[in-house]
Design a binder for this molecule. Structure first.
Ligand SMILES: NC(=O)c1ccc[n+]([C@@H]2O[C@H](COP(=O)([O-])OP(=O)(O)OC[C@H]3O[C@@H](n4cnc5c(N)ncnc54)[C@H](OP(=O)(O)O)[C@@H]3O)[C@@H](O)[C@H]2O)c1
Length: 240
């Protein structure tokens, strides 16, 4: 996939990995549009990276996504489904069903809504790609974040199936699998080494350019391997 002269839409591009991808892709000569919910954070990222466009859009809301499509037109040929949340929660003691369902609705249904609206338009381009940002927890579940892990495993399965369904089209399907990364989402995690968002973005751009469809920087590669050769050991190590 070419890494310049694309029109890129990044969900959750106001923070962390999404914001860093926005900067790096803009620097490479792409038109970059980022969307997220919080307008103050969108304004902050716009002032840090004036070359990008920012749009308020909640991926839980199909009407807002339709409005985004009408607003930015049909030029998007690189869609990066990056927005997500993580919650550490109990499935038994004081289980909050509403919080669990919301996490599924953002992390998984959000991607389905984005594909529903943008994929038909992307199929009109001669070069196009969808990128789903999953996680090493797609391969080794983290019991503290059960819904997050489940949605990431589901995103991985969805990505495999989408890639296969689109194999005879010009739309390529990538999966970016970050390990623990130093962003606001992981700010509460201490004592474990984290990749920088820039390191994740560098691996992503190199993988995109070489059509490496599963991009697993840092410890993600080892996590994916361990989940296949020693799944119980890998699970017990992560959940000690
Ligand atoms: N950080 C890590 O250690 C790590 C590791 C593996 C995978 N990942 C994955 O990488 C992706 C980015 O994570 P990050 O660490 O960069 O997180 P982050 O800094 O918390 O950023 C998350 C972004 O998603 C947006 N967002 C959340 N809910 C949304 C919604 N309903 N509609 C639109 N935008 C929404 C947020 O903006 P608003 O709140 O303003 O909407 C924000 O821009 C996620 O998919 C995450 O699961 C992260």
């Amino acid at each position: 996939m070419k890494t310049n002269n694309n029109t890129v839409l990044i969900t959750g591009g106001s923070s962390g990995i999404g914001a860093t991808l926005a900067k790096r892709l803009s620097d490479l000569g792409n038109r970059v549009i980022v969307c997220a919910r919080n307008e103050d954070r969108l304004a902050q990222i716009k002032s840090r990276i004036p070359s990008i466009q920012t749009k308020a859009c909640d991926i839980q809301d199909l009407e807002q996504i339709e409005a985004l499509k009408d607003d930015i037109g049909s030029e998007v040929n690189l869609l990066i489904n990056n927005a997500g949340i993580v919650q550490e929660l109990s499935l038994h003691a004081n289980a909050d069903l509403g919080a669990q369902i919301k996490e599924v609705d953002i992390n998984l249904n959000g991607i389905l809504r984005m594909l529903h609206v943008f994929l038909p338009l992307m199929q009109n381009h001669t070069t196009a790609a969808v990128v789903n940002v999953t996680s090493a927890t797609a391969f080794i579940a983290e019991s503290k974040a059960p819904i997050y892990s489940a949605t990431k495993a589901a995103q991985h399965a969805l990505t495999l199936a989408l890639r296969h369904q689109l194999r005879d089209t010009q739309v390529k399907v990538f999966e970016l699998i970050p390990p623990l990364t130093d962003t606001p989402m992981a700010a509460h995690v201490e004592g474990i080494s984290k990749l920088s968002p820039d390191e994740v973005a560098s691996a992503f751009i190199a993988g995109l350019e070489k059509d490496r469809y599963e991009i697993a920087p840092g410890l993600s590669r080892a996590a994916r391997l361990m989940s296949r050769v020693a799944p119980r050991f890998a699970f017990s190590q992560l959940n000690k």
